[in-house]
Design a protein around this ligand. Structure first.
Ligand code: IPE
Ligand code: IPE
Ligand code: MG
Length: 236
């Protein structure tokens, strides 16, 4: 647990989303190749997930690779995929932390070995009842919503009266509550196609910190700031 603030009170977020941005700029600042920024970012991601276990957060959803990120040079994409392999290949990953791992996004576009690792880790960690860590890979919110609409249309068992909750069952995040707080690092103030449906009432925190410099302290401060905000949810 270290010297981290343990936050487990009313008013703190249960589901936090993170847009982990700024790896490339972090590397550039140091005269390093972009991939070393991604490496450092992956290591920070591992630490933050473990740290989240000691907080109010029960669901953590991290944006690792977007449907738009394929536009990057092939070597960068391959490097990111290798980092994901390194992360996902260990089916004992996070066992001691009791973290359940799932992947959201269109995994059908990923290499077969990576898809197998994802299925294995999801299967192996299914019974863990601690933090639910969702990693968004080849994820885009518009494509998720479109896919859900098609899945509903083609579902022979579809409920005839479709409502918001039932529609949510067709999204990748089925079974996971709406996101309460989204943190984006790197100073960019945009959503970049992340959790558009689930974030309808989310609070946002944009930080001027590059993802590889993000620490548990930043995470805890964000939870505290969230707790201070007045979420009226349409009420007065
Ligand atoms: C975020 O860092 C990681 C991914 C999008 C995969 P970036 O690679 O976007 O870093 P910047 O924005 O170029 O600094
Ligand atoms: C968003 O970061 C996606 C991830 C963090 C995986 P980007 O760096 O791809 O976003 P834009 O292109 O600056 O909007
Ligand atoms: Mg970026």
């Amino acid at each position: 647990m270290g010297d981290s603030v343990v936050i487990n009170k009313e008013g703190f977020p249960h589901h936090v989303g993170i847009i982990m941005d700024g790896n490339g700029r972090w590397a550039k600042k140091r005269g390093l190749p972009r991939l070393s920024g991604h490496k450092q970012g992956a290591s920070v991601f591992g630490k933050i997930a473990r740290h989240a276990v000691d907080t109010s957060v029960k669901y953590l959803t991290a944006y690792a690779f977007s449907t738009e990120n394929w536009k990057r040079p092939a070597s960068e994409v391959a490097g990111i995929m290798d980092l994901l392999r390194g992360f996902l290949k260990d089916t004992e990953k996070y066992k001691d932390d009791n973290i359940r791992v799932r992947v959201i996004g269109d995994v059908s576009a990923l290499d077969l070995d990576l898809r197998r690792m994802i299925t294995d880790l999801e299967e192996k960690s299914r019974e863990r009842d601690g933090l639910v860590l969702s990693i968004a890979i080849n994820y885009g919110a518009r494509s998720e919503i479109l896919r859900a609409a098609k899945a509903y249309a083609n579902d022979p068992l579809k409920p005839l009266s479709l409502d918001e909750a039932k529609f949510g069952e067709y999204l990748y995040t089925k079974g996971i509550p709406d996101v309460d707080l989204i943190i984006r690092t790197s100073g960019e103030i945009r959503v970049s196609n992340f959790l558009l449906w689930q974030a309808a009432y989310a609070e946002y925190i944009f930080l001027d910190v590059l993802w590889p410099d993000f620490t548990p302290r930043h995470f805890d401060s964000a939870l505290l700031e969230y707790a201070k905000r007045n979420r009226r949810l349409g009420n007065i």
